[in-house]
Write a protein that binds this ligand. Structure first.
Ligand SMILES: C[S@@+](CC[C@H](N)C(=O)[O-])C[C@H]1O[C@@H](n2cnc3c(N)ncnc32)[C@H](O)[C@@H]1O
Length: 446
């Protein structure tokens, strides 16, 4: 009105410009936005009346599972951006790692660029006390380029924010270590749908750098897998070798057999319902048949049993032909650090173990085991894995597959010998020394 606009027009304009609505269901912007800024609400979908939460899910496909509605705010916010526009949210950062964030992570990875992620878990960012693991995340509509990762401590103040801004404006370069904040440039953001890694900015910058320079473990030809899940270990995994014919008992290695760093076989067997051609015909194996029949009820009550009428004796996973007799590296599914153990080709791994072998490639497994013993392998695992209370790492095949390694052909003869030797002696420091040289890294930052 100060600019001479008629009151009626001024009223119309301001109502066009500023309006209150449900961001997830309300009217959509006609003009693509340069900036979307917000502090979206955290409310679990299950705490919202069903009709509304269903409408939210329909409007925002990334809100899968037990999602929180801030996921929808990201989705709607991102789709509102013009090409090159920026979204900046201060919001819980749970979605970067958990299951319900997967669809949003893939959306971001495929169509957007993470520009900055500033973790503020211990900062008193809000007027009222909220414990929500907040982070400031800036995402641009465009192709992914270098990104800034920062972490703060409770000492974070306005001065720390000014330090960050000044460092950021200088552009890509060395890391920032200042009161209350540390930050680093990553050569790229993490493109995986699996949870994005955690760790100090320096460690994440190193992981991003190694990801740029080295192939994935499986790209070098090695194969990674998990041991067999039966669905009823109390029946399928036994020490009693009288329960079935000898040919139907597969020596099985379990997690506790590895605790010394070498295999100390506890004489467990898998009662094996599989032959090379498929599930065995029980008529041909009377002792096995008798054993399974005594437990038929339990076998049929398993999900896999219910889904397989007439084939209730199957285990969830099939036995992989030839895996037992292969030389392979085994890793327990939970441990304090990555800890490779060699199986000379005697045992079938149980579900709580991961296995790695050379596949069709030329890898020497002792050299690979030496690399996997090093702190460089540990860096990948500890930034990608979920840590349980007490510091135990929860391994998963998806995390092992994220380890980057040099190709075997690129490892010189001296380094091969040193890695073999380090593995033989379980000498982490020696393995790390060789690995740092091979990866061209001076040290692993804390
Ligand atoms: C975390 S608070 C933001 C508080 C804000 N930073 C402030 O200082 O007032 C989230 C806000 O989102 C609003 N909100 C919740 N659901 C919404 C929806 N579906 N659409 C739009 N706003 C919503 C809430 O009313 C709340 O004000």
């Amino acid at each position: 009105m100060r600019n001479g606009v008629e009151p009626e027009t001024a009223d119309k304009l301001t109502h066009e410009w500023i309006f209150q609505d449900d961001f997830l269901l309300g009217k959509r912007n006609e003009i693509a936005a340069d900036f979307v800024i917000g502090n979206p609400p955290y409310i679990r979908l299950e705490d919202i009346p069903e009709a509304r939460s269903n409408a939210y899910r329909k409007a925002c496909p990334t809100m899968g599972g037990r999602a929180d509605i801030f996921i929808g705010f990201y989705e709607r916010g991102l789709e509102t951006l013009r090409d090159g526009g920026h979204l900046g949210f201060i919001c819980a950062d749970r979605w970067m790692r958990n299951a319900y964030g997967k669809a949003l992570r893939s959306l971001v990875a495929s169509d957007y660029s993470v520009e900055a992620a500033i973790t503020m878990h211990d900062v008193d960012a809000f007027e009222t006390q909220v414990s929500a693991y907040p982070a400031i995340t800036v995402i641009r509509a465009g192709t992914q380029g270098p990104a800034v990762i920062a972490d703060t401590t409770a000492d974070f103040t306005e001065a720390s924010a000014a330090d960050l801004r000044e460092w950021y404006q200088r552009g890509r370069g060395g890391a920032l270590h200042s009161t209350g904040i540390s930050a680093a440039w990553l050569s790229h953001w993490f493109t995986t749908q699996a949870g994005w890694p955690t760790g100090s900015p320096d460690r994440l910058a190193l992981v991003a750098d190694l990801e740029e320079r080295f192939p994935l473990l499986e790209e070098t030809g090695a194969k990674v897998g998990i041991g067999l899940a039966s669905g009823a270990d109390q029946i399928y995994v036994t020490k009693d070798s009288s329960v079935a014919e000898e040919e139907r008992l597969l020596p099985m290695v379990v997690r506790s057999d590895l605790s010394s760093g070498r295999i100390n076989w506890s004489e467990h067997y898998l009662v094996n319902p599989w032959s090379s051609t498929g599930l065995v015909d029980l008529d041909e194996w009377p002792r096995l048949a008798g054993y399974f029949r005594r437990h038929w009820q339990t076998l049929s009550d398993r999900n896999v049993g219910r889904r397989s009428p007439g084939r209730e004796h199957r285990t969830i996973d099939r036995v992989i032909e030839g895996l037992r007799l292969r030389r392979k590296i085994l890793l327990p599914d939970m441990s304090q650090r990555i800890w490779p153990v060699m199986d000379e080709g005697q045992y079938y791994p149980h579900h709580n173990l991961y296995w790695i072998h050379e596949g069709e490639s030329d890898w020497n497994l002792d050299v690979l085991a030496g690399l996997l013993l090093s702190d460089v392998a540990e860096l990948f695992i500890s930034t990608y894995c979920v840590r349980m209370r007490g510091g135990t790492l929860r391994f998963q095949a998806q995390y092992l597959r994220r380890i980057r390694v040099p190709r075997f052909a690129d490892i010189d003869e001296a380094a091969r010998e040193e890695l073999k030797d380090a593995f033989r002696k379980r000498d982490v420091n020696a393995a790390t020394k060789v690995a740092l040289r091979l990866y061209g890294v001076a040290e692993i930052p804390s």
